[in-house]
Design a binder for this molecule. Sequence first.
Ligand code: HEM
Length: 418
Amino acid sequence: MHDEIGLPEIGLPDIDLTDLDRFTAGFPHRVFDVLRRDAPVWFHPATAHTPGGEGFWVLSRYADIVAAATDDATFSSATGGNRDGGGTTLEDMPMGFAVGALLNMMDDPRHAKIRRLLAPATTPRALAAIEAGLRSRAVAIVEAALAKRDCDFLVDVAAELPLQAVAELAGVPQEDRHELMNWANVTLDYDDREIGEVNDRVVQAQARMFAYGSDLLERKRARPAADLLSIVTHAEVDGEPLSQHEQQLFLSLIVAAGSETTRNSIAIGMSALGARPQDWERLRADRTLLHAAVEEILRWASSTPYNRRTATRDVELHGQRIAAGDKVTLWWASANRDDTVFADPHTFQLARNPNPHLAFGRGVHFCLGASLARMEIRVLLEVLLDRVGTITPTGPIEYVRSNKHTGVRHMPVTVEAR
Ligand code: HEM
């Protein structure tokens, strides 16, 4: 492979997807090249870090991941077999608390009914209404970075817009957004934490965000608007309102789902573009390439590397028997480098077409914020292209220590005006 010639071959016994130190240089694509080739349905043995001391299945090929993601009766986002908890992360979440209450950790038919209610908040019209506001924020963010010249692209440029976008969608008042940003940043700081582990700071920040969400819901109940939280307070499923708990989880859900993912895609995408000045200039000269560029950034960054499912019944795949109750992980980031679907997958191709990437997942849980994320990336790119000549790295990217988010903590760069 292009940049790894001469590196020793990886064997299955060397692979440990629960050792987070192996994710600190970005997503381990080489490991997944081996899995796709040699063991597309691989049982990852239990390790010192596997939650509950349990192994789990790893699906790495595009076609198998699509098949599993679109068979949500067999591969549940809630639970399966005799398992009590479940959800979409390697660690089991408790039933009733997160599983079955968070939109992304419940199954149809309830999931479909709630999702349908939320649709009005993410229509093209609803998003068009917030685009101009996000664009002026993007201009202010980029101007501030240019004024600094030496900056941290993640902190100074990529982080704010996604949080503002999510706050806008949820209907969080302007004066509260700063605090929301602080809580989100604590929650998203993975430093030194192992899989499923939380520390006091995180527990406190989550509790405060939850309390704030509850208070905001009360305000929305009294004075509803067209935002997502207003919809949630008035939503009814089968003639019943959503439970208090379900409603309260919404703000945390979209802050978690929408802010980190998008900031990471922006940072990783810009790092790829920064390393290809000819692509940057080509994009500046031909804005019809923007759509393709956004899709390639999403594929390239794959900032949500995997989601978990739980098998609800015994199922056989490529000769392997997955038992009811087994954990099954779908590695979107690996599917996005599958050479049976993407030509020269380890190369960033600005105008890649077609680009049927799975960065937003597939099937009934397909990302609810996909159009919003696409818009944010496009708007920020447009503002950068208009104003910034070069973005030059001044140090290595520092990645978050996580296998659940391919994320950037710091990205030191110099930005020069055009
Ligand atoms: C580049 C940015 C983003 C990426 C890579 C991303 C990725 C994903 C993926 C892979 C899923 C599927 C999860 C599964 O199948 O278990 C998902 C679902 C979801 N995303 Fe995103 N996301 C992004 C942005 C956003 C934004 C901006 C929002 C907020 C508005 C959002 C809200 C959600 C929600 C609520 C779900 C659950 C949908 C459901 O279960 O029906 N995401 N996202």
